[in-house]
Design a protein around this ligand. Structure first.
Ligand code: PGA
Length: 247
């Protein structure tokens, strides 16, 4: 199981960043739970460089640029060199700012070229009666997977994050039954791209209002390999309780 704490832009103090990192380190005692934190770039630089712990780092986004004259851009090469091993790509908050499937596909290839494991977010805005949202997910997967080799597809983590379930509370999150169904659907789409048992083995995680109250139920029996946590990852007690609920 992999648990990724996406700090978004919630953390704006070095003291808080260090406190959250210290709490994350204390959660690395279970070998079957990998803890990944995704601080914003300044704190990623501060914490990942010199990291000797088992906590892994993710970038929250990557530039389309590969360096050179590109003021303000943070490239895959930079974050990889700093010690990140993952990159969250295509988060709905980035898509809302104009990021397209094509851009996410290109960023995924930049990540892989720099030895970063892409965590590619997909998710529908809403659920319509005619189940058109399923084709939205299918198209998002196709855009990312199509140009990749089989090996690269296996390395890439898909994060299913329905937009309607982001930033709410556990009570308003997806139900375990619905999540189980979505995992089956997404893995079925993956069979079109991965031979043999690849679609079962590919890592598929869920994000959207995971809190200590619902983490366990959403983990058991739904077929997910982990979680992408937003607001519950920026309070050390809440994040600790959430991860411990998975023990
Ligand atoms: P949330 O965010 O846990 O605050 O819903 C999840 C995400 O956007 O990755």
């Amino acid at each position: 199981m992999i648990v990724v704490g996406n700090w978004k832009a919630y953390v704006e103090s070095t003291e808080k960043a260090k406190k959250l990192f210290a709490a994350a380190k204390r959660l690395t005692t279970k070998p079957d739970i990998e803890i990944v934190i995704a601080p914003s770039s300044p704190y990623l630089g501060l914490l990942a460089a010199g990291n000797r712990s088992k906590v892994a780092f993710a970038a929250q986004d990557l530039s389309l640029s590969t360096g050179g004259a590109a003021t303000g851009e943070i490239t895959a090469g930079m974050v990889s060199e700093l010690g990140a091993t993952y990159a969250i790509l295509g988060h709905s908050e980035r898509r809302a700012m104009g990021e397209t499937d094509e851009m996410i596909s290109e960023k995924t290839r930049h990540a892989l070229a720099n030895k970063l494991i892409p965590i590619v977010c997909i998710g529908e805005k809403e659920r319509d009666q005619d189940a058109r949202y399923l084709s939205v997910l299918r198209a998002q997967i196709a855009a990312v997977y199509t140009p990749l080799s089989q090996k690269e597809r296996m390395q890439t983590i898909i994060a299913y994050e329905p937009i309607w379930a982001i930033g709410k509370t556990a009570a308003e999150a997806i139900t375990p039954a619905d999540l189980g169904e979505m995992v089956l659907y997404i893995r079925k789409v993956l069979t079109e791209y991965l031979p043999g048992r690849g679609s079962e083995k590919a890592r598929l995680i869920y994000g959207g209002s995971i809190e200590p109250a619902n983490a366990r139920n959403l983990a058991s029996g739904t077929g997910v390999d982990g979680f992408l946590i937003g607001h519950a990852s920026v309070d050390s007690d809440t994040f600790t309780n959430l991860v411990k609920a998975l023990y």
